[in-house]
Design a protein around this ligand. Structure first.
Ligand code: ADP
Ligand code: MG
Length: 238
């Protein structure tokens, strides 16, 4: 059963076609990675799923709903970017609560939900700190908590680990996988890093120059590459 269905999606900026003929299905609870070299269109595709940019043609369905033209705030989606995009003058708790305040939830409910996700991302004790007092890994966990607090049915992660040093990256990688499994949350993760894709994903959608060139499990893509690009790109993994 497909939960997220994308049909014939195409996006251009002016005369530059960023991606075209994008088709895929994602099952509920699946962890899918959009993998590919820099500039191949991963972020633009992810932003299209979030509604942060429009598409030229094609459709995006979530369950029974066509969300192609739905405003971002009406999509049930949480997103984390490479750079944290936290509000510098707000505490950790207020950064996380922001989306719930926009929804005008009762303050007791907001406190309960914020406490829930702070526990989930292991930031207990940091509630009243400001972003500049946190490490890069901790800031990214705040960003993750902020995406999760609204209980989205899809989580989109755009290279959330790329700005972090290797040791923290490994730890946060595991934490993301643990949380994703615990919540059984349908997740689309973007990276240019083969190792991240190989170790984290149920399935990989490998992109090149605006096309998905192969979809499959890490093992399938690694052992049965459909073409030279796939073989070469995955061959760099070691
Ligand atoms: P990736 O995330 O795989 O590195 P992007 O989706 O960021 O790739 O970019 C793919 C292409 O789309 C690039 O050629 C980039 O210059 C172009 N692009 C992305 N965003 C915009 C924009 N807002 N306006 C014009 N061109 C853009
Ligand atoms: Mg990108």
């Amino acid at each position: 059963m497909s939960f997220v269905t994308v049909k014939n999606l195409q996006k251009s900026f002016g005369s530059n076609t960023v991606f075209s003929d994008i088709n895929f299905n994602i099952a509920q609870g699946e962890f899918v990675t959009l993998l590919g070299p820099s500039g191949c269109g991963k972020s633009t595709l992810l932003r299209s799923l979030a509604g942060l940019n429009s598409v030229d043609t094609g459709e995006i369905w979530v369950g029974e709903q066509n969300i192609t033209d739905l405003a971002p705030q009406k999509r049930d989606i949480g997103m984390v970017f490479q750079s944290y995009a936290l509000f510098p003058n707000m505490t950790v708790a207020n950064n996380i609560a922001f989306g719930l305040k926009m929804k005008k939830l009762h303050k007791d409910e907001i406190a309960k939900q914020v406490a829930r996700v702070i526990e989930l991302v292991e930031l207990k004790g940091k509630e009243n700190q400001h972003p500049h007092q946190l490490s890069g890994g901790q800031r990214q966990r705040v960003a993750l908590a902020r995406a999760l607090v609204v209980q989205p049915n899809i989580l989109l992660l755009d290279e959330p680990l790329s700005a972090l040093d290797a040791r923290i990256r490994k730890h946060l990688r595991q934490q993301i996988c643990d949380i994703q499994k615990e919540l059984n949350l349908t997740t689309v993760f973007v990276t240019h890093d083969q190792e991240e894709a190989m170790t984290m994903s149920d399935r990989i959608f490998l992109m090149n120059e605006g096309s998905i060139v192969q979809q499959g499990s890490a093992e399938q893509i690694y052992t049965q590459p459909h073409n030279e690009f796939v073989a070469g790109f995955m061959g760099n993994y070691n």
